[in-house]
Design a protein around this ligand. Structure first.
Ligand code: SAM
Length: 234
């Protein structure tokens, strides 16, 4: 599958420049992964499906407002943040991770490809969610393959502006995870608005949970570094 075919399969408008950037970014990730540990996937075609295509499945124009702000938490090699930024050059993206070398790769690759709407922030989620500049400041917060729901909800919802959405990208175990997340979602004023289930080309199953933030989070969240993982709110 080419990036053009991929965009068509996802119902996205044809855009040759975006397809070229998606293809080149994917190739850069795979080339760099041979030197440093960026993604477990080592094959370009497999990565195009399991990283790039998968990243774009979270996109729905109803959640991504014109000129809005998106934060991708635990972005790793830039997924889903960079493919979304390529798709939506009018929006500003902040890619957050606790490992600097991953962010250095993303910054260099985006500079090479002329992707101008991506900034990176090296910080732990628990600290970023308390900072005045980043707290309750984003229309959308995405997180793919980052921790179980009670933890990632505590980390993500403080970044979301009231009225915005946290999009949790999960595998087939999402329903089980949601059963453990009721209390933290209530405390942080997150309401499940939509559950999107899909199958990637090749057969892997995915679930995306769109959680709407209806009121400000209590100031006591997120708790200090490491606490959500050690003592999740259940
Ligand atoms: N989202 C990417 C993807 O789907 O390919 C990366 C997923 S990787 C399994 C999880 C990422 O979360 C890692 O890059 C890790 O460094 C980052 N991470 C883990 N704990 C974090 C924290 N407390 N704050 C920020 N990032 C964190």
């Amino acid at each position: 599958m080419t990036a053009c075919e991929m965009m068509e399969a996802l119902g996205l408008p044809a855009n040759e420049e975006a397809a070229r950037k998606l293809t080149e970014y994917n190739a850069m990730v795979i080339a760099m992964s041979k030197k440093v540990n960026l993604t477990g996937i080592k094959d370009v075609d497999e990565s195009l499906i399991k990283n790039v295509y998968d990243s774009l499945t979270v996109y729905d124009p109803k959640y991504f407002p014109a000129k809005g702000r998106v934060l991708d938490l635990g972005t790793g090699a830039g997924f889903p943040g960079v493919p979304l930024a390529i798709l939506r050059p009018d929006m500003q993206f902040l890619l957050v991770d606790s490992i600097q070398k991953k962010l250095t790769f993303i910054e260099d690759a985006c500079a090479d490809l002329g992707i101008k709407n991506v900034k990176c922030l090296h910080i732990r989620a628990e600290e970023g969610g308390r900072r005045r500049k980043t707290r309750e400041a984003f229309d959308v917060v995405t997180a793919r393959a980052v921790k179980a729901m009670p933890i990632i909800a505590e980390w993500s919802l403080p970044f979301v502006a009231v009225g915005g959405v946290f999009a949790a990208m999960k595998g087939p175990g999402a329903d089980e995870e949601m059963k453990t997340a009721g209390r933290i979602l209530r405390e942080l004023h997150g309401t499940l608005e939509e559950k999107k289930e899909l199958t990637l080309p090749g057969g892997d199953r995915r679930t995306i949970l769109y959680i709407r933030k209806t009121a400000p989070c209590p100031k006591t969240y997120p708790r200090k570094v490491g606490i959500a993982e050690k003592k999740p709110v259940l």
